[in-house]
Design a protein around this ligand. Structure first.
Ligand SMILES: [Zn+2]
Length: 229
């Protein structure tokens, strides 16, 4: 069996110096060895090209690569959904009911990972946060990174929701929040386009706040509509 490295590693003689050790490691890590027949360099992400079993779960692979879409904020949502369905169709645990316990377990693990990847990439806020994380930028759960004027605005908004007495007031607030969410989403898109990750981070923090307030408002709208029935 030809090894993965010698068979497929893209050696460019003119550019040997530019092939960093990290690149080699990344490439080699993405070239899994089959747990059953030991062959390497399967052309398929999920199945061994030699013996056909489900491969071990590639936890290191980023969600964009996993679902075969370009790694960017403006992800192709149609392709994302299509690829997700096609992969789930191949690896769904139901398909492995007659297989070995090892493969059943792997199908469960793959399925969970693919679901998580899809969920993360579908929602704008989660996709943004994930893109930032891939660049080493994390968002803490405390308020330490948020500007004070935004925080004060949010406190005012929260107060207005608490004090809203009729559905008209609530609907107005809901519309205002939706508008703010739209603005932040646009700002995130522009920040990623400009490769301004710090600005993207600030907008993601704001968007998360607004989404929380939006769900609080929706809950109150629902509560009110139940009361008036
Ligand atoms: Zn195999």
């Amino acid at each position: 069996m030809a090894s993965c490295f010698f068979r497929t590693f893209p050696i460019n003689r003119g550019a040997t110096k530019s092939l960093s050790f990290n690149y080699f490691l990344r490439y080699y890590a993405s070239c899994p060895r089959c747990w059953k027949c030991s062959s390497e360099g399967s052309k398929d992400k999920f199945f061994c090209s030699s013996c056909g079993v489900l491969l071990k779960v590639a936890k290191h692979e980023n969600y964009f690569a996993l679902l075969d879409v370009a790694k960017r904020y403006n992800v192709d949502l149609v392709a994302l959904k299509k690829n997700f369905r096609s992969i789930q169709n191949q690896i769904h645990p139901d398909k492995f009911a007659q297989q070995t316990p090892e493969e059943k377990q792997l199908a469960l693990e793959w399925s969970a990972l693919i679901n998580k990847a899809y969920k993360t990439l579908t929602k704008s806020v989660d996709r943004s946060q994930y893109l930032l994380e891939l660049q080493g930028i994390t968002i803490s759960e405390d308020n330490s990174h948020i500007d004070q004027s935004f925080l004060i605005d949010m406190m005012d908004l929260n107060e207005s929701i608490d004090e809203a007495r009729d559905s008209e007031q609530l609907q107005q607030l809901k519309a205002r929040i939706e508008n703010l969410i739209q603005n932040q989403t646009q700002d995130i898109e522009q920040s990623f386009q400009a490769d301004d990750l710090e600005r993207a981070k600030q907008s993601v923090i704001r968007l998360k706040y607004l989404i929380n307030i939006e769900s609080k408002t929706k809950a109150k709208v629902l509560q009110q509509s139940l009361q008036t029935k």
